[in-house]
Design a protein around this ligand. Structure first.
Ligand SMILES: *[C@@H]1O[C@H](CO)[C@@H](O)[C@H](O)[C@H]1NC(C)=O
Ligand SMILES: *[C@@H]1O[C@H](CO)[C@@H](O)[C@H](O)[C@H]1NC(C)=O
Ligand SMILES: *[C@@H]1O[C@H](CO)[C@@H](O)[C@H](O)[C@H]1NC(C)=O
Ligand SMILES: *[C@@H]1O[C@H](CO)[C@@H](O)[C@H](O)[C@H]1NC(C)=O
Ligand SMILES: *[C@@H]1O[C@H](CO)[C@@H](O)[C@H](O)[C@H]1NC(C)=O
Ligand SMILES: *[C@@H]1O[C@H](CO)[C@@H](O)[C@H](O)[C@H]1NC(C)=O
Ligand SMILES: *[C@@H]1O[C@H](CO)[C@@H](O)[C@H](O)[C@H]1NC(C)=O
Ligand SMILES: *[C@@H]1O[C@H](CO)[C@@H](O)[C@H](O)[C@H]1NC(C)=O
Ligand SMILES: *[C@@H]1O[C@H](CO)[C@@H](O)[C@H](O)[C@H]1NC(C)=O
Ligand SMILES: *[C@@H]1O[C@H](CO)[C@@H](O)[C@H](O)[C@H]1NC(C)=O
Ligand SMILES: *[C@@H]1O[C@H](CO)[C@@H](O)[C@H](O)[C@H]1NC(C)=O
Length: 859
């Protein structure tokens, strides 16, 4: 054959391939020059100029555009070969920076069929004009930092097949007009802040193959008949607020491959007799809902399943027939943690799965024989709180294991040496067992690539293990380690979290954490016997949480903390720090907890040069020091976290079947109700307190204290405050504990304090107060000791009656106010959040009745 012809054939067959793959390409050997239309080129050129350079010019496709060349050849542009119109604009990942304006020249590209600006910083709303691009088939704006409502003009794009808007900040509801997009096959709007219900209009979109609305705030029930979505393959609505039934019609959609409904509030799933067979379902995630009752047997018919998550299914202490999982031979991931069942999971059940890779059985009772052999190459195994008393020997042959959680069991003795021969091990959680040490030589796992090691709450003794350089998270708190903290800790490359609290380490703090200048974020050395100064070199600028409380540290606070702009938690309680008040901390905008309790700090805490308003501060405890001076009446201006009622509980629990991160615990000892209590973990998020007791403050109590409306505990006792009690204290409607004892306060107790209905404990003793004790349920139930040693006070609960006409009475109207304010205060708490956190996380060293009281009102 003639060579020329051969070339032609190749060219034509290439053309055929391209046109088959729907690419719009110019065919033929010599494409016409300057195919781009003038108006389109101008529009593009203008569009480019709408976005200032982001500085990452290398990424910016628009930077390669040249005004004097054919725009159809520009990077990211595809033209219609016939008309020269720009049909496709793909600037994915080119870091456009700036808002998309409603008059943007983009909207002059009237013939666009595909627009992809994903991974840009468009920081603004999606303008209505998007509806002008009426030939759009593909619209991709994922990760563009868009917010506001989705425009209803999207419903004008009647050719649209792909609407991909993941990872933005859209709010409000999906526009109903989306129901017009009859051609739509992909609707992806995950990770935004969408609210409202699942629109029934979506049921009209019968071409849909994928719906992804994961991580929004959608609520309500799903439609009971979803069978019109007959081509659906992916239905992902995890991490929303949906409730009610899981519609059985979903399981009847024959094409369905992924059904992900995890982390919602679904509360029932009907037993489905005959599923459309054969089911193609490969992923079924129902975990973290409110499903209860028996596990439905139909699950055993979903034989194609590779991933099944039934975690937190509440079987109500019922039996579970674990053999239903035996039919699911293709499983690679199974999460059946926290089933609340009385049945025991026998590990041998899983011994024949050939591809099981992720297995979570946490919080069920698990048994296994010492000869168990598992054929499946398990990578991640979670056996937390499974009543295991013996180290699982079957792991010896699990050479794929990278994640092992056997926390909260009763395993004793040494961690076996063979564990470290598993080549891929990276995350190990042994916490809350009774381990005493590591078998083998001191550096037995030093050469491994371990990232996370949690051995807290055990009985480990010296020698302290030599750590792998790779480690990022180490918690060894609550053990019996002693001696100096090993300098080898300074040789670690990327330590982020170091928790050695509650051991008996002595000596100095190693002078090296500065080296982890950006990585070390958590340094907790609480409750050891460390002494000496806190070296400046031991402050890493990345610190978020620093706790060296309950040691014997002396000297000054390291000023380099000033450079830790992310610092939120600073606790140095119960040491011997001898310093003036750290005014320089005012440069740290995010500081939430400042605890200097029980040290030798001295001098004023007010400086005329500038106020110390800590906008985020929620716990301010400088008690038992030698601070002195007076506080101006506007001292508490600008402490906005304590004065505004926004709860910001970080309740995004990290719960993974695979990689998990154990939590370290923040803790602070606080005086409350005249007693000391230990506050742990997330209870911090609801707790707001000021404790300046046990110092040498003089002058009046600042009237601005009344601004701190969210405060729960206020302790100003044991100082030398004079003057009268500010009536503005009655603005602190959440106050539960108030201690003004042992000062030199005079005048009357403001009667308004009788209205503080949460105020369960108060102490005014040892002052010079006079007049009648106000009435009000809470005040009258106090012990008389709360008012002792005030020569002029009278009335119940003191024995001394007031002379005629002096009783401070609350009239009828005021009593009604009192009831109202009680209701208002109760509403102000978000019950679930409040009770949940308090139950879970406050450990008190005494029985605290007022918390119980609050539970009762919400339960
Ligand atoms: C690009 O070209 C158009 C016309 O060809 C002209 O009007 C415009 O000024 C040019 N822009 C730049 C920045 O060169
Ligand atoms: C586009 O949508 C808007 C809002 O939904 C509507 O007012 C307008 O009439 C529509 N335009 C066309 C051409 O359909
Ligand atoms: C679905 O489409 C039909 C006809 O196309 C229309 O009558 C109906 O109102 C639509 N339903 C919703 C919920 O949009
Ligand atoms: C569900 O809806 C489809 C049409 O979308 C209809 O054909 C079917 O009968 C309905 N099923 C039930 C049980 O209502
Ligand atoms: C399920 O299918 C079987 C046969 O495959 C049939 O005997 C049975 O009646 C069906 N059950 C229901 C509830 O449809
Ligand atoms: C936990 O294990 C112990 C023995 O190791 C056993 O006596 C006890 O009954 C188990 N508890 C449960 C709830 O299974
Ligand atoms: C802690 O260590 C010191 C010596 O550094 C020792 O005197 C003390 O007994 C130890 N305390 C405990 C509880 O082991
Ligand atoms: C962190 O420390 C290293 C040397 O230890 C230094 O090269 C680097 O610049 C420091 N980074 C910052 C952000 O200070
Ligand atoms: C804070 O950092 C700056 C530069 O990063 C440095 O010059 C300064 O000495 C640091 N301040 C303290 C108190 O360490
Ligand atoms: C604190 O340090 C100063 C100066 O170093 C010293 O005079 C003072 O006695 C110290 N205070 C206490 C309580 O040790
Ligand atoms: C106390 O609250 C009242 C009403 O909200 C307000 O008028 C008053 O200024 C507040 N007092 C203080 C000191 O905040």
């Amino acid at each position: 054959m003639h060579c020329c012809c051969a070339r032609k054939i190749i060219v034509w067959s290439l053309c055929l391939i391209f046109s088959l793959s729907h690419s719009i390409l110019v065919c033929g050997s010599s494409p016409p020059k300057h195919l781009c239309r003038q108006d389109q080129r101008d529009a593009l050129w203008e569009f480019k100029s709408e976005f200032p350079l982001s500085g990452m010019a290398a990424d910016e496709k628009t930077q390669t555009w040249r005004n004097n060349s054919d725009c159809c050849s520009w990077d990211g542009i595809t033209c219609d070969p016939k008309t020269g119109n720009v049909a496709e604009l793909n600037l994915w990942g080119s870091s456009l920076n700036g808002p998309l304006r409603s008059k943007s020249s983009l909207f002059r590209l009237q013939h666009l069929q595909s627009l992809d600006l994903s991974s840009s910083n468009l920081a603004g709303i999606l303008p209505d004009s998007i509806g002008d691009l009426k030939y759009l088939r593909v619209l991709r704006l994922s990760g563009c930092n868009l917010f506001g409502k989705l425009p209803s003009s999207l419903g004008n794009l009647s050719d649209l097949t792909h609407l991909e808007l993941d990872g933005n900040g859209f709010t409000g509801e999906l526009p109903v007009s989306i129901g017009n997009l009859k051609q739509l096959t992909k609707l992806l709007v995950s990770s935004s802040k969408l609210s409202g219900n699942f629109h029934h209009a979506l049921l009209n979109l019968t071409e849909l193959t994928a719906i992804n609305l994961v991580s929004n705030q959608l609520e309500g029930t799903l439609p009971s008949n979803m069978s019109s979505l007959s081509k659906l393959e992916y239905f992902d609505i995890g991490s929303n607020l949906f409730s009610g039934f899981v519609p059985s019609s979903l399981f009847m959609i024959p094409s369905l491959i992924h059904l992900k409904l995890e982390r919602n509030h679904f509360n029932s799933l009907l037993e489905i007799g005959n599923i459309s067979s054969p089911s193609k379902l490969q992923i079924l995630s129902l975990g973290g809902n409110k499903l209860s009752g028996p596990i439905p047997g139909f699950i055993s018919k979903l034989v194609e399943l590779s991933s099944l998550d039934l975690s937190f299914w509440d079987t109500l202490r019922g039996d579970v027939d674990f053999s239903i999982f035996l039919h699911l031979k293709s499983l690679t991931s199974l999460d059946i943690s926290t089933l609340n069942t009385r049945s025991i999971v026998d590990m041998s059940l899983f011994s024949h799965f050939e591809s099981l890779y992720l297995l979570s059985l946490s919080r069920n009772t698990v048994k296994f024989s010492s000869t168990l052999h598992m054929v499946s190459p398990i990578g991640s195994l979670a056996l937390a709180s499974c009543n295991i008393s013996e180290f699982p020997k079957f792991l010896r042959t699990q050479t794929s294991l990278f994640y092992l959680d056997i926390s909260q069991n009763q395993i004793k003795g040494q961690v076996p040496e063979w564990l470290w021969s598993l080549p891929g091990l990276e995350y190990v959680d042994f916490s809350r067992n009774s381990f005493t040490g590591f078998d083998g030589p001191a550096g037995v796992f030093q050469k491994k690539e371990i990232y996370l090691l949690d051995i807290s709450w055990n009985a480990f003794k010296n020698p302290f293990p030599l750590l792998p350089k790779s480690i990022t998270f180490l918690s060894a708190s609550d053990n019996q380690f002693s001696g100096e903290i090993l300098k080898t800790i300074c040789q670690l490359d990327s330590l982020e979290t170091l928790v050695l609290s509650n051991n008996n380490f002595s000596g100095f703090i190693p002078r090296c954490f500065e080296k982890f200048n950006t990585t070390l974020t958590v340094l907790h050395l609480q409750n050891n016997s460390l002494s000496g100064e806190f070296p400046e070199e031991s402050v890493s600028v990345g610190l978020i949480s620093l706790d060296v409380g309950h040691n014997q540290l002396s000297g000054e606070l390291p000023k380099s903390l000033m450079n830790c702009t992310g610092l939120e938690f600073l606790n140095v309680e119960e040491n011997k720090f001898n310093d003036t008040f750290p005014f320089w901390l005012r440069v740290l905008p995010g500081l939430q907890f400042l605890v200097l309790r029980s040290n030798e700090f001295h001098g004023p805490i007010y400086s005329p040069e500038g106020s110390i308003n800590f906008p985020k501060l929620r716990i301010f405890d400088i008690s038992k020091n030698l601070f002195s001076g007076a506080l101006p009446s506007d001292y508490f201006f600008g402490w906005s976290e304590m004065s505004s009622g926004v709860y910001t509980p970080d309740n995004k629990q990290k719960r993974f079947i695979g990689i998990g991160f154990s939590n370290y615990v923040k803790s602070v000892v606080l005086a409350n109700k005249g007693l000391e209590m230990k506050l742990l973990g997330t209870s911090f998020n609801i707790y707001k307190s000021i404790d300046v007791s046990g110092n040498r403050f003089q002058g009046e109590i600042p009237k601005s204290i009344g601004l701190l409306k969210e405060m729960i505990v206020l302790n100003m006792s044991n100082n030398a405050f004079i003057g009268s009690i500010p009536p503005s204290l009655s603005n602190l409607t959440n106050l539960q504990s108030l201690d003004l004892s042992r000062n030199r306060l005079s005048g009357k107790i403001p009667p308004e304090l009788g209205k503080l209905t949460f105020l369960a404990w108060m102490n005014f003793s040892y002052n010079n107060l006079e007049g009648p004790i106000p009435q009000g349920t809470q005040i009258q139930t106090q012990d008389s000791s709360s008012f002792l040693q005030n020569p002029g006070l009278c009335g119940a609960p003191l024995q001394k009656t007031c002379s005629g006409g002096e009783e401070a009475t609350i009239n009828k109207d005021e009593e009604e106010d009192q009831v109202l304010s009680w209701i208002a205060a109760a509403i102000a708490y978000v019950p679930g959040v409040f009770c949940g956190f308090v139950v879970g996380h406050i450990l008190a060293s005494y029985r605290h009745d007022w918390f119980k009281r609050i539970f009762h009102c919400f339960s």
